[in-house]
Write a protein that binds this ligand. Sequence first.
Ligand code: ARG
Length: 456
Amino acid sequence: MSLWGGRFSEPSDDDLRQLNDSIGFDIRFYREDIEGSIVYALALADADVITEQEARAIVEGLRGVLEEFESGEFEVQKSDEDIHTAVERRLTELIGEVGGKVHTGRSRNDQVATDFRLWCMRAADDLAATLRELQRALVDCADEHVDTVMPGYTHLQPAQPITAAHWLMSFFWMLERDVDRLYSARQRMAVCPLGAGALAGNPFAIDRDQIAADLGFAAPSENSLDAVSDRDFVTDLLYAIALCATHMSRLAEDVLLYSNPAFGFITLADRYSTGSSLMPQKRNADPMELMRGKAGRLIGNLTALLTTLKGLPSGYNKDLQEDKEAVFDSFDTMRSILPVLIAIVRSLEINPDAMRAALDEDLLATDLADYLVRKGMPFRQAHHTVGEVVRLAGDTGSTLSKLPLASLQEICELFAQDVYDVFDFDQSVAKRSVFGGAGPSAVREQIALAKESVSG
Ligand code: ARG
């Protein structure tokens, strides 16, 4: 039996049911639904709305329903519109009419908001823990390559030398912010809507503080009308996931680029590479392309929800049912991609020789300007002067370090024999020892901080 049949003279149309029912997906939070009902039944008894005995029967019955779900015995009926209907229907089958008392003063509007918040809180915890694993994989790999010098890029053009550790750690800190975002989203989620009723609040003297505490929330919601249609918690989670996926997509892009034979900086393990049905030599990095592709889909889920929310009138509207599939899809997508990404980072082969071979002396042009600055020249002038040196090297088919001192001095008399010390990639990186820089000493410092963060 549906929860609302009384005022209708004919049963629902089958196609309407198909469209309207959400049991196909909201069954995923049966546990949260049952937990909510158990706490609510106890609150009703505390408020003398039902007797202690009735509450006991309801709680025991709900535990029975939970067991059926856990053991896979629960049978969904055609009339089960959603998880709330299914649980109440089965509860009443098990304990009789008294089961119908559990919904006193409650609406599916405050119920679903409560259930889904609980589910999202757990999902945020789960994702944060998994992201920590990816962070650990990155820091372990970085730890091995603090002295591995590679070209760094801006605009995808060679810029300055950095180290492989510095490159890897840049993604660590993106993920650090992602984990932080999940935690702060989770904190905002921890507000309990139960007791908001359909929109106007609960008419019985239930203790909402107690309900919130029993369910693991920090506080009850302050406004019942807001509480039943507030989906900020869903949006927060979808945003945290979309931005995290954006970061992982950028990592994927770098991995794709650096594993291209033209770079050869890194090699993906065979078990994470894919081949071609036609070209026998091919070695593709499909999982990285999937990561990049799925980021688009996760951004889509966020956009879809925001679009759903933006025109809604006050109070609950059925449009809100659309929030669930978006979150389940985003969560499941992350859950499927993260283990592969973690394993890829763990098995990533870094090729220091290829990285060194790609170092071009032009990467040291800034160091050459800094050399003149150290001799007293204003930086703007030094920049221009080194520009002329670079042009001369280009015009004469030379590299910077092969230019004779006389030619350098023709451009600027501050150049002396010690200028040739500038052409040392390791020294260039080592100089960037300021906190947050690419120099090995600075990178060791960031790795120590990172390890502290992921160990806690
Ligand atoms: N399945 C619904 C949802 O996900 C539950 C709430 C239904 N409320 C209602 N008044 N029809 O939003």
